[in-house]
Design a protein around this ligand. Structure first.
Ligand SMILES: C[S@@+](CC[C@H](N)C(=O)[O-])C[C@H]1O[C@@H](n2cnc3c(N)ncnc32)[C@H](O)[C@@H]1O
Length: 210
């Protein structure tokens, strides 16, 4: 039989990486369970892949980003990566309508820069005003726009634009390109990228409020 001796430091690192993996698995399970309860609300059975998250956040200017809003954080897959990259004095406001995800975010994230809002992303303008934060530099959204009514989709998108500073950016990731036409109406130019390694392959749209 082969024994491995670990120093206290090695054992601590192993435990930490095991804890991180366990938390990630639990989050994926919470996400999938909620998909089967309400597929239309989530639009995806598993959280975004690291490929999509990297692609989505690639062009963010982290020095400029003081206020970031995220619509539909789910179990916080993208929020965690935003918090890792964000300035220490920046604020991330996330809008989530699923009760269990809100609970999960509040229990698992203890970063004082994160504000969890248990309300629709359609209320972004009022929420920023109530929090006394002014306008956002970035709005990031992965809510299922393609299965919303045209009216609801446009209302959320208009509010996000209204919530942005001049020069601010809207980043949208979606499995369908249906939202593109509305983004073009609101922003004029839309830059599109594609990430095939996500389940499902996803479009990333980037628009600037000029
Ligand atoms: C495709 S999941 C994305 C989850 C996570 N951001 C990720 O990338 O793994 C969409 C999320 O949007 C949430 N959602 C749907 N409609 C919403 C709305 N109007 N406002 C805020 N969140 C919403 C759902 O509950 C779900 O968590």
């Amino acid at each position: 039989m082969k024994f491995t001796l670990h120093t206290a430091e090695q054992a601590r690192k192993l435990k930490k990486s095991h804890d991180v993996e366990t938390r990630a698995e639990e989050s994926t399970f919470v996400f999938a369970r909620n998909f089967f309860k309400n597929p239309r609300m989530l639009g995806s059975v598993i959280p975004s892949s690291r490929y999509l998250v990297t692609q989505l956040l690639r062009d963010v200017d982290w020095q400029r980003a003081r206020v970031i809003v995220e619509l539909g954080p789910g179990v916080g897959t993208i929020s965690r990566e935003i918090l890792k990259r964000m300035r220490p004095d920046a604020v991330l406001v996330v809008f989530e309508i699923n009760d269990e995800f809100v609970k999960h975010l509040r229990q698992n994230f203890h970063d004082p820069r994160l504000r969890v809002q248990h309300r629709s992303g359609a209320e972004v303008v009022e929420a920023l005003r109530e929090l006394g934060l002014g306008k956002a530099d970035y709005a990031i959204a992965g809510i299922p726009f393609s299965i919303m009514t045209d009216e609801d989709r446009m209302s959320v998108l208009r509010n996000c634009r209204e919530a942005l500073v001049q020069g601010g950016s809207m980043l949208v990731y979606q499995f369908s390109s249906k939202v593109r036409a509305d983004l073009e109406k609101l922003y004029g130019r839309v830059h599109r990228q594609f990430e095939p390694r996500n389940i499902l392959p996803a479009h990333v749209f980037h628009c600037v409020k000029e």
